[in-house]
Design a protein around this ligand. Structure first.
Ligand SMILES: [Zn+2]
Length: 277
């Protein structure tokens, strides 16, 4: 029996083989107690695969800006205590694996824009991990100075403009009525401050897009997340593609069709990919 876990900033989801997905609040979870309990309850568990909203390297949890968790070698902990293999990778890397399996292509980029702005990249069927498995942090590319600090400590990250949280923060700053605090709703007002938030969002997205296309020359891009999974954004990026430097032949932009990309992706951690493990 396999245990799949998606440990996100807000919710913690898990699934045993193909049983229904269970959801709990992340801040109520102590991962060691959870694993001890569920392994006792289901002694048939023979593999654990985890998608984690933070940086993971060589099976160890290195950092997690949105989850209060002890940084420890979770792989060795489970191996020594239960002799069960454990695979763990960053949540966006897991989502990219799921999208890759879904589309059956060799290379792709994913832009997941929800609360934050995350990305992950698969080139020739391999995740681009970087030296510390912390590559792909598209949301923290410097863009424009802002009056706010990003979770990473900088004040100029793309994520401060291109994300649900970024939009909310700017709306607060400009005192924009609560009922308009969404990208599509901001467009319905003629408030010039709302227009500025939208303009910065698309400028930031354009910056991210051209950076990625110029660096990696992907021919597939998947848009996901509550803000990113949007026909208008897809159209905008298709128009941007026609303006790329060194004209490229083709780019297929797809809106993600996965409900649980990160959790789904854990099922591919032990197949063709090495990821961080
Ligand atoms: Zn940042």
């Amino acid at each position: 029996m396999n245990l799949y876990i998606d440990f996100g900033g807000t919710s913690f989801r898990y699934q045993l083989d193909t049983l229904p997905i269970e959801t709990v609040q992340s801040n109520t979870i102590d991962i060691k107690i959870f694993l001890d309990t569920i392994i006792k309850q289901y002694p048939a568990i023979s593999l654990i695969a985890i998608s984690f909203a933070g940086v993971v390297k060589n099976g160890k949890i290195v950092s997690s800006p949105n989850i209060n968790i002890e940084k420890f070698d979770i792989t060795t902990y489970v191996k020594e205590r239960y002799n069960i293999p454990l695979l763990i990778d960053n949540d966006l890397n897991c989502a990219a694996l799921a999208e890759h399996n879904n589309l059956q292509v060799d290379s792709l980029a994913i832009f997941y824009i929800g609360t934050g702005f995350g990305g992950a990249f698969i080139d020739n069927n391999k995740i681009l991990t970087g030296a510390n498995n912390s590559g792909g942090e598209i949301g923290h590319i410097p863009f424009k100075k802002s009056p706010f600090k990003c979770g990473c400590g900088r004040d100029d990250c793309l994520e401060l403009y291109v994300s649900g949280h970024g939009i909310e923060t700017w709306c607060n700053y400009f005192n924009i009525e609560k009922k308009y605090r969404r990208l599509d709703l901001l467009e319905t007002t003629d408030n010039y401050k709302a227009t500025m938030i939208i303009k910065n969002f698309y400028q930031g997205l354009e910056h991210a897009f051209h950076t990625v296309i110029n660096l990696f020359d992907f021919d597939n891009l998947v848009l996901g997340g509550s803000v990113g999974k949007n026909e208008k954004i897809k159209k905008f990026l298709e128009e941007q593609f026609l303006k790329t430097a060194f004209k490229k032949e083709k780019l297929t932009i797809t809106l993600s069709s996965l409900q649980e990309g990160s959790l789904e992706g854990t099922k591919f951690l032990n197949k063709n990919f090495k990821g961080s493990n």
